[in-house]
Design a protein around this ligand. Structure first.
Ligand SMILES: C[S@@+](CC[C@H](N)C(=O)[O-])C[C@H]1O[C@@H](n2cnc3c(N)ncnc32)[C@H](O)[C@@H]1O
Length: 424
């Protein structure tokens, strides 16, 4: 007699609920009958749905919407077959044209909750292409066999697991990246020249003109020099980079962010709150913002801890001193921003731009800014939560919000790019 060895899963608790609101991270929130807050995946505000509890703690719970009983008019059919698995685009159940509106509400609440302040009425989110926008990604190449042939498949690492979600086409990657993965990359990674164990992480980068560069750990220096380099043209400004270092991942919307940063810099100089004597670009990557602003300053300092960025920053800014009639001096430093600020006293009202990773500003950076003569800070952020927390600390040393803008750099995901200008 056949026996079923499958472990029977203990049935999970479910509730029929009406969703209250969306919170940070794209989940929605509801109160369970016992008063606990529950964060729900896959549901939208106003929807009535059946929620299955996946984590139950004393004071909160997590769950997933397993049945939508009364759908929101803003609900959309997720476009990607990996929705819910890959973990990358968890907001696909919300219509693309509604995502900015929802994220704006979430960010306003974040600032109220974490910084006890209101974002200005003028705060709004600029949007671009909802699909096919992402020009930079890390994928996993996995060796496989089809009959007696070796083939390679590409996927994303699933969040919080070791599994790989394989895809044929990712709807948020640019057409050039999808074409690369479906064509040349298959040849490259089955080629005997690219030796790797069963799987390897590969960084891919589309320069915005359809040229794809790539790199992976252990790549030979000669192959890196040939295949990893890129040059991005932003409004006639050519920025050199390579696939191993940070670069902005939404080139379609990037010019709007650049313009907003330029406007913020010009306003600061015109008002006298900041000077055109010295631009300090902290967390500068390959010197991106400094390049976009180089014609405005007499002295430029870029600070970035990744050594790989340094040679690009130097090259990208090398012509400045020579071309500028103003005799601009440039210094590119490879150091942690906190270390540089501890070693260098900023006792003039320099123009300061910070663009830290998701973790936000280290506490030493916040302390040094508070103690410096900087009266105006231009903060570019890819995580509004750490931005709100950092702003709360800056407010203690007299900074208030001058302006705030959002940029939908990551449609179909709950992530947002923000520009916050603060002054004192
Ligand atoms: C969001 S990226 C911004 C890069 C650049 N502003 C751009 O637009 O391309 C953040 C950069 O900060 C760098 N970084 C992270 N922690 C750092 C630290 N403590 N000090 C200096 N740089 C850091 C990373 O290597 C990365 O290049």
């Amino acid at each position: 007699m056949a026996r079923n060895y499958a472990k029977s899963r203990k049935p999970r608790e479910t509730f029929d609920v009406r969703i209250e609101k969306m919170v940070q991270g794209g989940e929605s929130m509801v109160r369970l009958p016992d008063g606990r807050v529950c964060f729900v995946k896959g549901a939208l505000p106003g929807e009535r749905c059946r929620v299955e509890i996946t984590l139950s703690k004393k004071d909160f719970a997590r769950g997933v919407a397993v049945e939508i009983i009364e759908p929101s008019p803003d609900r959309a059919e997720p476009r990607c077959p990996l929705y819910g698995r890959c973990g990358g685009c968890s907001l696909q159940h919300l219509k693309s044209e509604k995502q900015a509106e929802y994220l704006e509400r979430v960010e306003r609440e974040n600032f109220r909750r974490l910084a006890r302040t209101d974002l200005p009425d003028s705060f709004c989110i600029r949007t671009g292409n909802p699909w096919g926008y992402r020009n930079r990604a890390r994928v996993v190449a996995v060796k496989d066999r089809a009959g007696d042939r070796e083939i390679v498949r590409f996927g994303f690492r699933e969040q919080e697991s070791n599994r790989i979600a394989f895809f044929r086409e990712c709807p948020v990657l640019t057409p050039a990246l999808n074409a690369f993965l479906q064509g040349p990359a298959r040849e490259i990674f089955t080629d005997k020249g690219t030796c790797f164990p069963r799987e390897i992480d590969v960084n891919i980068f589309d320069d915005g003109a359809g040229n794809v560069s790539y790199c992976y750990a252990g790549m030979k220096a000669s192959a890196f020099a040939e295949c990893a380099q890129s040059v991005v043209d932003i409004g006639g400004e050519k920025i050199a980079s390579d696939a191993s270092v940070f670069f902005q991942s939404n080139l379609g919307l990037l010019p709007e962010l650049v313009q907003a940063v330029r406007d913020a810099v010009d306003e600061g100089i015109a008002s006298g709150d900041a000077s055109d004597e010295w631009l300090i670009d902290l967390f500068s990557g390959v010197g991106f913002f400094a390049c976009m602003l180089k014609d405005r300053f007499r002295r430029i300092t870029t600070v970035e801890r990744d050594e790989g960025c340094l040679k690009h920053a130097k090259a990208n800014l090398s012509a400045v001193g020579m071309s500028g009639a103003r005799g601009t001096s440039v210094e590119n430093v490879a150091a942690p921003a906190e270390q540089w600020l501890m070693d260098n006293v900023v006792d003039v009202p320099a123009t300061l731009i910070v663009d830290p990773p998701r973790t936000g500003l280290p506490k030493e950076v916040l302390e040094a800014i508070a103690a410096s003569s900087v009266n105006r800070l231009i903060y570019v952020s890819c995580d509004p939560v750490t931005l709100a927390r950092d702003y709360a600390k800056l407010a203690l040393s007299g900074f208030t919000i001058k302006s705030a803008r959002g940029f939908a750099f990551y449609p179909q995901t709950p992530h947002l790019e923000m520009l916050l200008v603060v002054g004192r």
